[in-house]
Design a protein around this ligand. Structure first.
Ligand SMILES: [Zn+2]
Length: 346
């Protein structure tokens, strides 16, 4: 049995490359225009048919997955053409490969969804065409089991300080997420009316807060995947994931390079010449370090294991960049000594 091809783009009056927003706007406008409740009694039946079709088109085009599957049928179909699945395949239904179990006949499996053209057509809410492509997948079709659908993945950015990484601190992350409207299950309709919760879009913005211990190896550009923290699933599907892209904030004292840190320390000329013990900053607090005698400005002193925590449990190193400072002001006694020094070494 062939079914009639439905051009969902044409039904909504949008181009094939229309954005999600174009589609939503077009749907809302048409749905309002053709809502059966707003029609005179004599035109009701016709309006209902049209309304159903508009909803069907929207159901497919608003959903990335469904739209992609629909687009794969190709652009050569004309509205109302006799549509048969195996024709679709002969005309090059790309990328389905093994999903097709049969090249003749009218049943099979496409992308894991079974369809059957042979049985009695369902007189439900959707066209035979819809059922043949998306068989039983519509969330609002209550007489059918809902198809599990995976929730969406969310991308977000997480800003962390060096201290937060070093201390393995727990951070609260807040974000908002477009999720399926629970009242209407994403269909945008309750009974014959627009869903009051989402206004017919099928989606609601939901604020979420999650807690996360900053990973030891958090570095700029790295992505952390939080499984199941993304969008809600439908009908027992898997929840989406949350991907956090790390951005390490600049630090006033330390510069980060891989797992190592670098910091400047200033010493006085006599410390440079004679050597000294000074207090140097680390992320774990100040430590006493020895400046060896005859230390030149620009010398890098390596403090092993005082860098950033590594994934393997170890730590990077801290390099102290030694800068010899010249005092702006010295007393007469010191100046005298410098003169003497000049005489001796000159
Ligand atoms: Zn809703």
């Amino acid at each position: 049995m062939a079914v009639k091809f439905q051009d969902y783009y044409k039904i909504l009056g949008v181009e094939r490359n229309a954005t999600e927003k174009d589609i939503r706007n077009a749907y809302r406008k048409l749905a309002r225009q053709h809502h059966p409740d707003l029609q005179p009694a004599e035109g009701k039946e016709k309006a209902e048919k049209k309304f159903k079709l508009i909803n069907e088109a929207y159901e497919v085009l608003k959903d990335k997955e469904k739209r992609a599957r629909y687009d794969r049928l190709g652009a050569n179909w004309k509205h109302g053409d006799d549509f048969q699945a195996y024709q679709g395949q002969q005309q090059g239904w790309p990328g389905t490969g093994a999903g097709w179990k049969t090249s003749q006949g009218f049943g099979g499996e496409f992308d894991g969804y079974t369809f059957s053209f042979g049985g009695g057509a369902d007189a439900g809410s959707f066209s035979d065409f819809f059922e043949s492509i998306f068989g039983g997948g519509f969330a609002g079709a209550k007489h059918r089991p809902r198809r599990p659908r995976r929730g969406v993945d969310i991308d977000a950015e997480l800003e962390v300080t060096l201290e937060e990484i070093y201390g393995g601190q727990e951070k609260q992350i807040q974000f908002s997420l477009q999720d399926l409207c629970k009242q209407c299950g994403g269909s945008g309709q309750v009974g014959n009316s627009f869903c009051p919760t989402c206004g017919g879009s099928g989606q609601v913005a939901e604020a979420k807060t999650i807690k996360l211990k900053v990973p030891r190896d958090a570095r700029s550009g790295k992505k952390v995947r939080l499984q199941g923290q993304g969008g809600d699933a439908e009908a027992g599907g898997q929840r989406g994931d949350l991907y956090l892209k790390i951005r390490v904030l600049p630090h006033p004292r330390f510069e980060l390079s891989g797992d190592d840190l670098e910091a400047r320390v200033t010493i006085q000329p006599w410390q440079a010449v004679l050597g000294d013990k000074i207090m140097a900053p680390t992320l774990g607090g100040s430590v006493r370090v020895t400046i060896p005698p005859r230390t030149h400005s620009g010398f890098r002193l390596r403090l092993r294991g005082k860098g950033m925590p590594r994934r393997d449990g170890g730590y990077g190193d801290l390099y102290l960049l030694v800068v010899v400072d010249i005092p702006d002001q010295i007393g007469p006694r010191a100046e005298e000594l410098y003169r003497k020094l000049a005489e001796i070494t000159g």
